[in-house]
Design a protein around this ligand. Structure first.
Ligand SMILES: Cc1ncc(COP(=O)(O)O)c(C=O)c1O
Length: 423
């Protein structure tokens, strides 16, 4: 497998002066604090909107959530963005909505990448559908479109690419395959926001895009997620499904306020009508308030993350023989939810332990294969069938790249990695 990975050129990212300067600062013995994968500091914008909610005495779907949804939709260039209680919920209602809309049967197949978080696969299973794994590309770690074509079978209904770690998947060939074979596309964009692929924002290219606002993501609301779409029918289904499957005539407590309106009596008659087996996947105004405060700062959040990613790549560029830094194809942006690293040796564990022991948090890069929960389904030869995922399973991890990293944090990360390799 070493050949698979070493055949790819190391990422070509130019050295920035900030990276070089910080490396010349005095050595840090130990980080003053943990360099975490994600952090949160509630600033004045978040506090302002939280106070609005507290002053309104209202928690259920209301003006703050509507504002958050409208801003999110505008920034991702879609007409509909539905805020719900998690990225997993968004994925599950996306698939359930498509299942009803397109008349899929239980056991129909959804193609997913072999490197992702378990929630991608779990959402497929919870929707009564069958996940079909496809290996990823060795340079971007995203689903390999060539292998997607090979995995399409008579019962395939949907392709679910994941925009991993902040980098959009190669969408053009996936969208083209879907068009030719009349398949739906759900973008699992739970790890990527605000990034563009060939000038189109993530979450705007497929039938439905799904996002997470859980801790350590771009926007952090505690729990939360979005389902985005261009299709008004799918938007109606999504809203209904997250609200117990109810008739869309009544989604917010304001919907029956206008007693004089011509539809008032119809709303009263229909407001407790349920049309499908739905879920209770609503978020509250409190999550939306935090999200609204953060999304108002989205440009600086993404700019810091990109600057951190570029800093790490520049400062580690000469270690390309031992460590792979992220590859960014020229047709897309990397929004750096986190910073992925792949060791070129046999195992990442010694480096991971070294980082953790020096106050730098790491996470394995989304190991899906070899999970005990999927053993029966994936079988014992899983590593042979997904060689790139297998390679990454032993060697790939990520560290934090967020806007709260200080110059000291970044320098400490680089020094600690360099010390491990004696370079
Ligand atoms: C690829 C992917 N999909 C789905 C999810 C689920 O999001 P949530 O934790 O909001 O349910 C995550 C979570 O990080 C994820 O990384």
């Amino acid at each position: 497998m070493a050949d698979v990975m070493s055949s790819i050129e190391p990422a070509a990212i130019s050295q920035t002066s900030t990276a070089a300067e910080s490396l010349e600062s005095p050595a840090l013995s130990l980080a003053a604090r943990q360099v975490r994968v994600g952090e949160l500091a509630l600033g004045p914008r978040e506090r302002f909107h939280l106070q609005r909610v507290i002053d309104s005495d209202r928690l259920s779907y209301g003006p703050v959530t509507r504002e958050f949804e409208a801003t999110f939709a505008r920034l991702h260039e879609v007409p509909y963005a539905c805020f719900c209680n998690s990225g997993t919920s968004a994925l599950q209602i996306a698939l359930t909505a498509l299942k009803e809309h397109r008349g899929w049967a239980d056991g129909d197949e959804v193609i997913v990448p072999a490197v992702t978080f378990v929630a991608t696969v779990n959402a497929v299973l919870h929707a009564g559908l069958k996940p079909v794994l496809v290996d990823v590309q060795p340079d971007t770690y995203n689903i390999d479109p060539c292998r997607v074509a090979d995995a399409i079978a008579p019962r395939t209904r949907c392709i679910m690419p994941v925009h991993l770690l902040g980098l959009p998947a190669d969408m053009s060939p996936i969208l083209e395959l879907a068009r030719q074979r009349d398949l739906a596309v759900v973008e699992d964009s739970c790890e990527t926001m605000f990034a563009r692929y060939r000038s189109r924002p993530v979450g705007s290219m497929g039938d439905i895009g799904c996002f997470s606002t859980y801790v350590a993501h771009f926007l952090v609301t505690g729990v939360g997620g979005f389902a985005t779409t261009h299709d008004p029918d799918l938007a109606r289904l999504i809203r209904s499904l997250m609200n117990h499957g109810r008739d869309n005539i009544y989604i917010t407590i304001d919907d029956d306020d206008e007693t004089g309106s011509p539809r008032f009596r119809e709303i009263v008659d229909r407001r407790f009508r349920f049309e499908r087996v739905g879920f209770s996947y609503r978020a509250t105004e409190l999550e939306a308030a935090i999200g609204l405060g953060q999304i108002e700062q989205w440009e600086s959040i993404v700019a810091s993350r990109k600057a951190n990613g570029e800093y790490f790549s520049a400062a580690l560029a000469d270690l390309a023989d031992v460590l792979r830094t992220p590859t960014i194809p020229s047709d897309r942006e990397h929004a750096f939810m986190v910073y992925g690293l792949v060791v070129r040796g046999e195992s990442m564990r010694p480096l991971v332990y070294h980082l953790e022991e020096n106050g730098i948090e790491t996470r394995d890069m989304l190991p899906l294969i070899h999970q005990p929960v999927y053993r029966g389904w994936l079988g014992d030869d899983v590593g042979l069938r997904f060689p790139v995922a297998e390679h990454l399973y032993e060697r790939a991890f990520y560290i934090g790249c967020h806007q709260y990293l200080t110059d000291e944090d970044r320098a400490h990360v680089v020094r600690t990695i360099r010390r491990f390799f004696n370079r």
